[in-house]
Design a binder for this molecule. Sequence first.
Ligand SMILES: Cc1cc2nc3c(=O)[nH]c(=O)nc-3n(C[C@H](O)[C@H](O)[C@H](O)COP(=O)(O)OP(=O)(O)OC[C@H]3O[C@@H](n4cnc5c(N)ncnc54)[C@H](O)[C@@H]3O)c2cc1C
Length: 292
Amino acid sequence: MIPSSFEYVAPTSVEEAVKALVAGDGDAKVISGGQSLLPMMKLRLASPGTLVDINGIAGLDTLEEADGMLRIGALVRHGDLERSALIAERYPIILDAAQHIADPLIRNRGTFCGSVAHGDPAGDWATVAATLDAQLHAVGPKGAVTHSARDFQTSMFETQLGTDQILVEARIPCPKPGQGSAYLKIERKVGDYAAAAVGVMVVLAGDTITEASIGLTNVGPLTIHASAAAASLIGKSIGDAAALEEAGRLAMEASDPASDLRGPADYKKDLVRVLTKRALRKAGARAQGQEA
Ligand SMILES: Cc1cc2nc3c(=O)[nH]c(=O)nc-3n(C[C@H](O)[C@H](O)[C@H](O)COP(=O)(O)OP(=O)(O)OC[C@H]3O[C@@H](n4cnc5c(N)ncnc54)[C@H](O)[C@@H]3O)c2cc1C
């Protein structure tokens, strides 16, 4: 289908873009990669009166570590993360996720921040952001505001972002000594959204887990931060099979998937249990330098 007609503006600064959003009075939308918004417009699931294209704004493509944080600017594409030497060396969970989002064409256009802003519980980046405790920096007419990725989504496809705000950057704490992470996703076919996926981060002192975080994708109306499952691991050995099993069980309890074309709810819940255990083992091996 063809989208309904809309105004198009291409600002060259964040301030101009915010002004255009304010002028749109709730009927303007930011477009970054366009890989979720354009399909929705073609299906007439979205009909914004104005598109505010942020692709011409300089400085939004930052991908670097600074002041103890990894900065991912609004125009950093999935493919930039997939191809980054910094990500490959320091953030295995991000590389895992980047390699399994959609297909290479979509990865060349879609952005990390656009995906998080979209508020889709099937989005892989929202889970990675919650697992790594990302801060989301937005700018609106009243200035800058920072949101925690862990409570950013408010309902399906809704976030704490106002209609006049732009998500300009995600900031993720740099890895600590002894940190390992992994993202495991089961998809029906290459390029599909997850039937279920799990992100894990652990910090180890020797074999002992001192910090843990677990995020779940597409197994509930929101991205899930499985905090009870993560808390159950503190003080346990990464080699303790019973502890990993219990974390898997608690993660499964935190999930609330619907039966659909990607499988029945019971199957997805069991995927969460199994993927959590596997991701913990992988993150642990990475923390101990035994696996890339
Ligand atoms: C066939 C197909 C398969 C896909 N498979 C996957 C998958 O496996 N995993 C996955 O995670 N995703 C998948 N996607 C979605 C893809 O990752 C999108 O790129 C992503 O969801 C949105 O990012 P974008 O930059 O393209 O955002 P856009 O499409 O430009 O925008 C999406 C929404 O976010 C808002 N927005 C965008 N950027 C900002 C910003 N900086 N500030 C404020 N609001 C903003 C827009 O207004 C819009 O409402 C798939 C898409 C397609 C078409």
